[in-house]
Design a protein around this ligand. Structure first.
Ligand code: SF4
Length: 472
């Protein structure tokens, strides 16, 4: 029985409800009257239900699709302005006891080099990341209670936060590790993590069990209910995601929105972020062996309709996507991107030798962080290294209510300007610095003339003189 408030995975991600929604979409995807009604509702910018959003996703009327894309751009502008938040992944260990068939770290892969960073190596990685200009990391690790127990993850988080190299400072550590217990989530919460990220991979239980034939991750219910345990433990920013390509994309799209509805129904707050990775080539993984791959056009439509369906949820695209695709989805709804990423264990401070390749997937955007920051500004975006909300306690429900009221600009815009200024002073190339200072001038003109603007101007002066870390 479908019940978004249920604590049971199979009730809040109910297979029958997804199948019924797919049928509903099939019979309504050309129903212009209904599509118009849904678009009208979406214009209120309060989101859509999974069924309504699915109808828009599958609509193939060109005129209506243009309206959908325009609306997505408009919502993106309203909620996120021109800010794009930057982060980098940091792989701690690729030891893993699971058998995920789409990931080269699966336990049956006997030839990929297995690596686990020591705390000393983590320090070197973090210094390399700080020297690039990063302030926000997403740590990643395979599931292995012997090699990567929770104590190792906690110690690594502590190490990361402790390193202050020159003006460098990692201010937010998001964590992407396997589903775990409430007790362990409490420990992560106490360690001061930002978002807890866990990709569902696929919402289809039967498919999920086939794609995860061995290891603890095989347990669909335990995995799907992980966000509930994380939230019970006090982590109120959680990040959802599916790996597009594993299952029919409409099924996944409905599933992820049902998951968001479930979190909202039970905890009063939806996901902080949604990630939209597509399956990519890696060591022993060939994406063409998965029959549900999606093309760029479908991918863009998914991003646009997620933007419309959950306007207040950040959306993340990694370096799995190339520059051109990233450019398009930034306009349609993506609010965070990774930059200068390495997807191997220990790839930042020392490039890996070819026979040492431990990458989880091949990167399609190999540009440096400086090149990405430069490119974003050329496109009219404001790159942001802000981590203020989490450090000021604007998380979970508090963050969402500010976001839903469209008040988040009041914090984000000045914080983005100040953190960009820090980046320009400390890490940018001469050319990026020039473009960046002009971009800041332009952004300052948009700020209302009030006492907050005076503080921003004074802080920019102080940053230029060497002070750091100002936030609203
Ligand atoms: S996806 Fe995660 S759990 Fe699965 S094999 Fe890769 S690292 Fe292990």
């Amino acid at each position: 029985m479908y019940n978004p408030k249920s604590a049971k995975a199979e009730e809040f991600i109910n297979n029958q409800e997804i199948l019924d929604s797919i049928k509903y979409v099939e019979s309504n995807k050309n129903n212009i009257e209904l599509i118009n009604k849904i678009i009208e509702k979406a214009r209120e910018k309060k989101g859509l239900s999974h069924r309504e959003a699915a109808v828009l996703l599958m609509c193939n009327n060109e005129e209506k699709n243009n309206e959908i894309f325009e609306l997505a751009k408009n919502i993106k502008e309203d909620f996120y302005g021109n800010r794009i938040v930057l982060f980098a992944p940091l792989y701690l260990s690729n030891y893993c006891i699971n058998g995920c068939v789409y990931c080269p770290y699966h336990a049956q892969n006997k030839h990929i080099p297995r690596k686990k960073m020591t705390q000393e190596e983590i320090k070197k990685e973090v210094i390399a990341l700080q020297d690039m200009g990063h302030k926000r990391l997403a740590i990643e690790s395979g599931e292995d209670p012997i090699n990567n127990p929770i104590e190792y993850i906690l110690e690594s988080i502590k190490t990361i936060y402790s390193i202050k190299h020159k003006n460098g400072d990692i201010r937010r550590v998001n964590v992407n590790i396997a589903a775990t217990t409430v007790e362990n989530y409490k420990k992560l919460h106490e360690a001061g993590i930002g978002t807890y990220i866990l990709f569902q991979e696929t919402y289809n239980k039967e498919k999920y069990e086939r794609l995860h034939p061995t290891g603890p991750k095989h347990n669909y219910n335990y995995h799907t209910e992980a966000m509930d345990r994380a939230m019970q433990a006090g982590i109120d920013d959680v990040g959802l995601g599916v790996l597009f390509g594993l299952e029919n994309y409409l099924y996944e799209f409905i599933g992820i929105l049902m998951h968001a509805e479930h979190l909202e129904a039970v905890f009063g707050v939806g996901p902080h972020t949604i990630s939209v990775p597509r399956i990519r080539k890696a060591d022993d993984i060939d994406p063409s062996s998965f029959e549900n791959g999606i093309d760029d056009e479908t991918f863009k439509k998914i991003v646009a309709v997620i933007r419309i369906a959950v306007p207040y949820t950040g959306m993340i695209v990694s370096t799995r996507e190339n520059k051109d695709v990233r450019k398009e989805v930034l306009a349609l709804g993506v609010s965070q991107i990774s930059g200068g990423s390495k997807t191997s264990v220990g790839g930042y401070y020392k490039p890996e030798a070819e026979d040492e390749d431990s990458r989880q997937f091949e990167v399609n955007d190999n540009r440096t962080l400086d090149e990405i920051v430069n490119w974003l500004m050329e496109l009219g975006y404001l790159p942001s290294f802000c981590t203020a909300c989490y450090r000021s306690g604007r998380t979970g429900e508090r963050f969402m209510s500010i976001c839903k009221e469209q008040q988040i600009h009041n914090f984000c815009q000045p914080n983005a300007i100040m953190t960009l200024k820090e980046y320009l002073e400390d890490y940018a190339s001469e050319q990026t610095k020039q473009i960046g200072n002009k971009a800041i001038e332009k952004e300052l003109k948009k700020l209302p003339e009030n006492s907050q603007k005076e503080i921003v101007l004074s802080n920019l002066e102080k940053i230029h003189e060497g002070s750091r870390n100002f936030t609203f």
